[in-house]
Structures are given as C-alpha cells and as structure tokens.
Design a protein around this ligand. Structure first.
Ligand code: SF4
Ligand code: SF4
Length: 118
C-alpha cells in the first residue's frame, strides 16, 4: 500500500505573506547570520521594521516567490522574522488560526480544515 503524505498547505498558499503588514523589532535585522536581511526591510517607527512590500495598501512581501494560491515559497526561509516562524496554518497545531483563515479567504481560498493535516 502506498503511503501518500499530503503536502503542507502553505506550499500552495502564501496568502498571509500577501495580506498582513509583517513587522518586527528592529533587532531581528541585527548582524547575526540568521538575521532578517535589513535591505529587505523598512523602518516604520523607532522600534519596528517591516518587510518591504507589506507596509502598503495591497501588501505582498518582497521575499515571497511564486503565485499565491498555487505554489509559493519564502526566499529567506532560514532568515524569516519570528512573526513568520510562529504564524501557524489553521489546524497545524490542532487549533484554528483565524488570521490564516482571513488571509486565505481574501485570496479566494477556502479555510483549512483539520483534515488537511490528517
Ligand atoms: S495563510 Fe495559512 S495556509 Fe496560507 S501560507 Fe499563511 S499560514 Fe499557510
Ligand atoms: S519573510 Fe517569508 S514567511 Fe515572512 S511574510 Fe515574507 S515571504 Fe512570508
């Protein structure tokens, strides 16, 4: 019997990267090897930077590659900010993430269900 493993739904989504302002403490861009590349960010106040492309009326992160809703990837995956690392797809940890749902619905995608991770 073939064991078919479902691909992670984020790989064919990317909606949250093209919906929210992605902002974080400026220190996440600071020097260390895994820091967010500062050239891809903009300072938005004395404490916070945002990913370029996300602090605008129609956000789309500069690091997002591919087509939302079809096939996407984060081109700075190992260096992405903490807010991206901790943002869970709905039911990835067994609970619904209403922000994931909101982003997906805005792109014409359906909300994820528990069965997407079974
Ligand atoms: S909106 Fe949800 S499913 Fe889509 S990429 Fe973001 S976390 Fe993943
Ligand atoms: S840094 Fe990567 S994970 Fe974060 S919003 Fe941009 S493309 Fe998405």
């Amino acid at each position: 019997m073939i064991n078919l493993v479902k691909p992670h739904p984020c790989l064919s989504c990317g909606a949250c990267c093209a919906f929210f302002r992605v902002s974080f403490h400026w220190s996440e861009t600071n020097a260390e090897s895994h820091a967010v590349p500062i050239a891809l960010t903009t300072q938005i106040n004395p404490y916070m930077n945002a990913m370029n492309g996300t602090d605008q009326a129609k956000p789309s992160c500069v690091a997002l590659k591919g087509i939302v809703g079809e096939s996407t990837l984060c081109s700075i995956y190992e260096q992405r900010p903490d807010c991206c690392r901790t943002f869970m797809a709905s039911f990835e940890d067994g609970t619904r993430n209403e922000s994931c749902d909101k982003a997906r619905l805005s792109k014409g995608l359906t909300e994820l269900q528990r069965s997407d991770f079974l």
